[in-house]
Every structure is written in C-alpha cells, then in structure tokens.
Write a protein that binds this ligand. Structure first.
Ligand code: ZN
Length: 270
C-alpha cells in the first residue's frame, strides 16, 4: 500500500480514537487526548504538500477521509470509479482521491468476507453479533487471554476472516492506549481488518482482571470496518451508558449461559 495512504489511515484511526475517548470519558482524560492530538500533528507534518492540501480540505468535511475501493467503487459514497482511476488506485504509486466525494482511496478487494446483502437481512444487534459471540465467565488470567479467546471465537463463528490477525490488531490497538473506560468495562477493538461488517462479541470474567486500579470484568470486543466507525462510536456510547449502572453490570455478570447474555444485548439494542 502507498506509504502515505498508510499514514493517512493511521491519522484517521487516531482522530477516531480521540472521538471515542471524548464520548466515553470526562475532562480527566485531557492528558490522553493531548497525546493523541500530538501524534496526529506529528503525522500531519510529514505528509507531502500536495497530499496535505487535500487532507486539510477532506478531513474537515468527513469523519472517514480514507476508504477502500471494492469492486471498482468507493465504499463511502458507493459511486463507480472510472477504469483509469481504478488502475491508478491499484498501482499505489500516488494518493488517489474518489472523483465523486474526494476521499482518498486504497485497493482492498478482500475487504468484505460476506456479501453486504446478507448483512442487511438481519435486524437489531443480530446485524453485528450473535449468541455464539457471548462468552460468560471466561477462564482468563489476563486481558491478553480474553482478547485471544474472543478474537478466535469471532473467526470460528465466521464474523472475521483471520482470527490470528484479528487478535494481533486488537492487542496492537490496546497497546496504544487501554480501551478500559472505568466501572470494570473495556472495549478492545480493531479497525480495518477483514470482517463481514461491524462485529461485537461480549465476554465476562469473574473475578475481574486488575488494571490501573480497576477490575475489568466485562469485555466488549469488536471488529470495526472503517465505514462503520461512526456507528461503532454510537454503539459503545449506548453500551457504556447502560452498563455504567451497577445493577445492569450485575445482571450481565450473573449470566452463566450465552443465551442469557444475548437476551440482555437484544434488549439494549431495541
Ligand atoms: Zn467516494
């Protein structure tokens, strides 16, 4: 992949992380936000001027300013891309923008494992999760164990293509900044991995796993394709809000069977 596209993807990821952080935490997290802003600024400085000009314009207009081209179409505005432009995107020598919406494009034909028509036949939380992705009372000793087990289960259930790569991406995101949000909850997630769409798995651990003075007991693990990033932020805000109440956390932690956890999730999704 073009090295500047890679850099733009990192910037997009950090800007979304900044938004996520703001949606979940209060002013106490100013230090983390400042660090994220510093990293974005550092990457911005090393963009070539011709890319920088487009970035400044397009990133003000859209939250997602870099997206994959699939079947010769832009995955953000869904418009067909002319053959000449398609070839340029595939040759990866320059940063190419979508002729319709202006977003930067990159080539990834294997981006979707499952056709999107299939995705749309489900409703509510079943669009991005299933009972198979509910893991009550996991036997895990560390956050890494939890991520490994849940990540592999997502692949086994057919939601992500490669469990190993998914786990690696989750751990790498986690090493950047913890996704714990207080009250024993964490939201490990990985963007831009090969998944059939947004994927959410939930695992509980009793007793919780110690981290920075908190005891992590409910893990919401997600694969977040770029085009679902904003929906993902809305989803985690909803979950964090619901489970900020200790009686709701207790209900989830008391579940011993996947179907009990699934019932709670379906209820929240309504
Ligand atoms: Zn477009």
């Amino acid at each position: 992949m073009n090295k500047y596209i890679n850099q733009l993807l990192q910037m997009q990821d950090l800007e979304i992380a900044l938004r996520e952080h703001r949606s979940l935490k209060g002013a106490a997290e100013e230090e983390t936000c400042a660090e994220l802003r510093k990293n974005i600024g550092g990457l911005k400085k090393i963009l070539p001027p011709e890319v920088s000009v487009i970035y400044e314009r397009i990133s003000k207009k859209y939250d997602i300013f870099v997206c994959p081209m699939v079947n010769s179409a832009c995955t953000s505005c869904f418009m067909k891309i002319p053959v000449g432009v398609t070839n340029s995107v595939m040759s990866t020598s320059n940063c190419i923008s979508c002729p319709t919406c202006g977003r930067f494009l990159y080539y990834d034909e294997g981006h979707f494992a499952r056709p999107s028509d299939e995705f749309h036949q489900y409703k509510g939380v079943a669009r991005f999760s299933s009972q198979e992705l509910m893991l009550p009372h996991m036997k895990a000793k560390s956050k890494g164990d939890v991520i490994e087990t849940i990540g592999q289960q997502c692949a086994k259930a057919g939601f992500v293509l490669d469990g190993g790569l998914f786990v690696k991406a989750l751990l790498s995101r986690e090493s950047l900044i913890t996704t714990a949000v207080g009250s024993g909850m964490a939201f490990p997630h990985a963007r831009d991995i090969r998944a059939c769409g947004l994927t959410l798995a939930v695992g509980t651990v009793k007793p919780g796993i110690k981290e920075n003075g908190d005891s992590l007991s409910i893990f919401f693990v997600s694969a977040v394709p770029m085009q679902t990033s904003i929906f993902y932020i809305e989803l985690i805000s909803k979950l964090a809000n619901y489970f900020s109440k200790s009686e709701n956390r207790k209900k989830m932690l008391d579940c011993t069977q996947p179907e009990q956890m699934w019932k709670i999730l379906v209820q929240i999704g309504k």
